[in-house]
Design a protein around this ligand. Structure first.
Ligand SMILES: Cc1ncc(COP(=O)(O)O)c(C=O)c1O
Length: 383
């Protein structure tokens, strides 16, 4: 496409080449293991575009083209879940004796993988405070190979100065990976801020309907060959059916995300005004400690944030959650329906005291007035 286009125009057309497929608007869902070669010489040299189902199909390529354009990346691999999108690049770039730095507010299962498996393979793992910024330089060691970031952090939504973290990591010879699931490439483009590997649980906003598990990992030109090799060696691939569903989801992601953004901000501001609420952890609110960083780096906020009750503990959180009727109680986010979960911060290395229980909300596409009325039921259950 010529010239810069708006995000929704791009999402409507990225990856589609109708005239390669008899004019049909969408690419075909090509289900494949075996790919045939015309003769023995082509088979031996593998000199043709598609060689085996694990290496991609026209359907996964259509999605990869779209994602590379959104991320500004040299290549993207697809894996069976968002968690695999975390574990595969870590396995690709770490070896025994290497040191890994992970932000302390990271998605819990990322920490579990690092502590349980990478440590067993001889990788040294440390956690850093999201607020460090350029101060991360003091934690980098000669054997630090990867800095793993997530901004905002899972559940407590701390932001990081990614440009400063990336500059310090590169100076020390480490690469930077970022779980960018919260913002999607529409609201933050990690590679533009010095990140080498951008990670997404496409299970969330790209798929958007709570019916697909899918991970995407996009790399800059320097890291792409090693990432691609790791996927080939590990055999982690996806079906074209699921790649197709994610591509379908991308077409509407921009409008969905804007709606999630507006509704979540409206509910977050309202929560902030309530006497039962101590604080709201949402980077888009002026009260967020790193709101200036949010304004500097992000084009928008997505629909998931947390709030802290003024007092109480697990029993109060349960009473609040049990009173909800529209908000479902369940994990994950990014779908069209609203969800609520109690947040457990017991695994954090750096402890921050909160006045009361922390509750995470995923604001879906329902009407804000109905969601507010539902949350009011939760607050009534507290009194
Ligand atoms: C920030 C973040 N990264 C990765 C994942 C993992 O995604 P999946 O559920 O597809 O494994 C999640 C899931 O909640 C997440 O919140």
């Amino acid at each position: 496409m010529n010239g810069p286009k708006g995000p929704n125009t791009r999402l409507a057309h990225l990856g589609n080449r109708p005239h390669d497929f008899h004019g049909f608007v969408n690419p075909p869902v090509v289900r494949a293991s075996t790919v045939l070669f015309p003769d023995a010489e082509t088979l031996t040299s593998r000199r043709q575009k598609y060689t085996y189902g694990t290496q991609g199909t026209p359907t996964t390529d259509a999605l990869a083209d779209a994602v590379n354009e959104l991320e500004g990346s040299a290549g993207t691999i697809f894996v069976p879940s968002g968690l695999a999108a975390v574990t595969v690049p870590l396995l690709a770039f770490l070896s025994a004796g290497d040191h890994l730095l992970i932000v302390d507010s990271v998605y819990g299962p990322t920490r579990r993988f690092a502590n349980a498996m990478l440590a067993r393979f001889g990788v040294e793992v440390d956690y850093y405070d999201a607020a460090l910024g350029a101060g991360i330089a003091g934690l980098l060691k000669p054997n630090t190979k990867v800095v793993f970031t997530e901004s905002p952090g899972s559940n407590t939504f701390e932001l990081q100065d990614i440009d400063a973290v990336a500059a310090a990591a590169h100076e020390a010879g480490a690469i930077v990976m970022m779980d960018n699931t919260w913002a999607t490439p529409l609201y933050f483009r990690p590679l533009d801020h010095g990140v080498d590997i951008s990670i997404h649980a496409a299970t969330k906003y790209p798929a958007g309907h709570s019916d697909i598990l899918f991970g995407m990992v996009s790399a800059n030109a320097a890291c792409w060959p090693r990432l691609k090799d790791a996927q080939t060696n590990l055999g982690t691939c996806v079906s074209s059916d699921e790649a197709y569903q994610v591509l379908r989801g991308l077409r509407t992601m921009g409008v969905r995300l804007d709606r999630h953004r507006d509704s979540a901000l409206a509910i977050a501001s309202w929560l902030e005004s309530l006497p039962q609420v101590d604080c709201v952890l949402h980077p888009g609110l002026p009260s967020h400690p790193q709101h200036a960083l949010f304004r500097r780096d992000f084009a928008g906020a997505s629909g998931i944030f947390s709030f802290v009750l003024k007092s109480g503990g697990a029993a109060e959180a349960a009473a609040f959650l049990n009173a909800l009727e529209i908000f479902g109680l369940g994990f994950s986010w990014g779908g069209y329906e609203s969800l609520a979960v109690p947040v457990n911060l017991d695994d954090r290395t750096i402890r921050r005291p909160y006045a009361g229980p922390v509750i995470r909300l995923q604001i879906g596409l329902e009407d804000v007035a109905d969601l507010r009325a539902d949350l009011e039921k939760g607050f009534r259950a507290l009194s």
